[in-house]
Design a protein around this ligand. Structure first.
Ligand SMILES: Cc1cc2nc3c(=O)[nH]c(=O)nc-3n(C[C@H](O)[C@H](O)[C@H](O)COP(=O)(O)OP(=O)(O)OC[C@H]3O[C@@H](n4cnc5c(N)ncnc54)[C@H](O)[C@@H]3O)c2cc1C
Length: 412
């Protein structure tokens, strides 16, 4: 009888998981002698940096998702299942479809929305973490115009059209810019609603927008928002959300049917046996990306705490997840062939944030710039990173249409 094939199991088909899979193909010469299995609750990978454009009718939802089977080589299996826990001693993953044994494991289950125990936030806010949430937000934004259109009382119309953003980080600022433009475009279809009946608020617990960017960008972003009529509150975190709107810790109470939560994330919380040491809820990993006492288990992306001199812990970004994914195949191949593992070194390329049509900020090394040049860098950077050629082409045409025609305002 032939020897049993060894199993490499990847949990999570997000940025870290998908790039890990591709790096296994690159670095492990005899990868097709192994059973490779990738498990995710969805059968696709989502390109999250473009979700805000899905939520505002600029990009087709299908154009930013990639079936795992399109990215994986034919002999790789994808299981559509919920991961429930991992027993490191028995080398078993517990899933909604049964137990999956492994010889080598890559864990990349990412993060979920963090509501910081704010009362009502999970029930009454809109998020933007996945395609369903982006679609729900888009439909709601279109729907409130229909509702406001039938309302004869101008004050009540304002209440219906008031939008509150909680969180002024990159996701909040990007979404605020797109939602503002989207609502102005929808408004053109409703002759009874005046532009000044739409109101926009942004609440940030910190004392500035875009806290990871240079202060100049925070100031520029604030200037743009204010020019567009946004009311921005700093250092007054949201304490409660209800059907009526939000109440902040210090003073502000804002009536709104549309509260959008982009305030934070917390790492995936699936149980490990034995439990692992954590920092800020993320599992502490070693410089070679695996965990202490279990060299065959690598943890990557938003779920991993990787100590770093500059950042404290590496930030939960696609940039970090992709670099770790790209690297892990090399160490897995070395582990399998009995070579010493190499430490991972993160190379921070910079930051990009887009702020609706032709407006963006870029910080690449020591160089900072804004405006149309930064906007084009933002676009081409993401276009280049899309995993398949056909979706790159589709996205490119979505963006051409976004520039020359109206956004899609179908409620679907
Ligand atoms: C709206 C938005 C915009 C963003 N914009 C940017 C940006 O511009 N630049 C940037 O660098 N970063 C950005 N990020 C952050 C970036 O998306 C994450 O840092 C990155 O996706 C982390 O990669 P990951 O592989 O660790 O997790 P993810 O990409 O989240 O992948 C985790 C995968 O695990 C699956 N999963 C989770 N739990 C389970 C379970 N129990 N069972 C089965 N499957 C499970 C999920 O379905 C998912 O496919 C953005 C995030 C969001 C939400």
């Amino acid at each position: 009888m032939g020897q049993l094939r060894k199993k490499i199991v990847i949990l999570g088909a997000g940025f870290a998981g998908i790039y890990a899979l591709k790096s296994i193909y690159r670095h492990l010469k005899n990868w097709d002698d192994f059973d490779i299995i990738i498990i995710d609750r969805n059968n696709y990978f989502i390109f999250t940096p473009l979700l805000h454009e899905v939520a505002t009718g600029g990009v087709n939802p299908g154009d930013i998702v990639f079936p795992v089977r399109d990215i994986a080589e034919k002999s790789t299996e994808h299981y559509e299942a919920e991961v429930l826990g991992i027993d490191l001693n028995k080398k078993l993953v517990d899933t909604s479809q049964g137990q999956v044994p492994y010889d080598y494991l890559i864990v990349a289950l990412g993060a979920q929305t963090n509501y910081f125990s704010v009362q009502g936030a999970d029930k009454y806010t809109f998020g933007i973490k996945n395609i369903d949430e982006a679609r729900r937000l888009k439909n709601h934004l279109i729907h409130i115009f229909d509702e406001a259109n039938l309302e004869l009382n101008p004050e009540k119309r304002k209440d219906i059209l008031r939008v509150v953003f909680i969180g002024g980080g990159a996701s909040g600022v990007e979404l605020a810019g797109e939602v503002y433009e989207f609502m102005r475009e929808i408004n053109k279809e409703f002759s009874r609603i005046r532009e000044d009946e739409m109101e926009f608020y942004l609440v940030e617990a910190d004392d500035r927008l875009l806290p990871v960017f240079h202060k100049n960008f925070s100031d520029a972003a604030l200037k743009i928002l204010k020019k567009r009529g946004f009311k921005v509150f700093f250092s007054d975190p949201c304490a409660r959300v209800s059907e009526e709107g939000i109440t902040c810790v210090l003073t502000s109470t804002i009536k709104s049917k549309t509260v959008i939560w982009t305030s934070g994330i917390m790492p995936s919380t699936i149980p490990f046996i034995p439990e692992q040491e954590k920092q800020k809820g993320r599992i502490l990993i070693q410089p070679v990306l695996n965990i202490k006492d279990f060299p065959e288990v690598f943890i990557l992306g938003d779920q991993a705490a990787f100590p770093d001199q500059r950042f404290g812990l590496l930030p939960p970004t696609a940039q970090v997840a992709m670099e770790q994914g790209n690297f892990v195949g090399k160490n897995l191949a070395r582990l399998i062939t009995g070579k010493p593992l190499l430490p991972f070194h993160y190379f921070h390329k910079g930051e990009l944030v887009s702020f609706s049509k032709w407006k963006a900020f870029a910080q690449i090394g020591q160089v900072r710039f804004g405006g149309p040049a930064a906007w084009l860098v933002w676009r081409f950077n993401y276009l280049f990173r899309m995993p398949t050629f056909s979706k790159k082409v589709r996205l490119f045409f979505d963006w051409i249409l976004y520039l020359v025609s109206k956004r899609d305002i179908a409620e679907i």
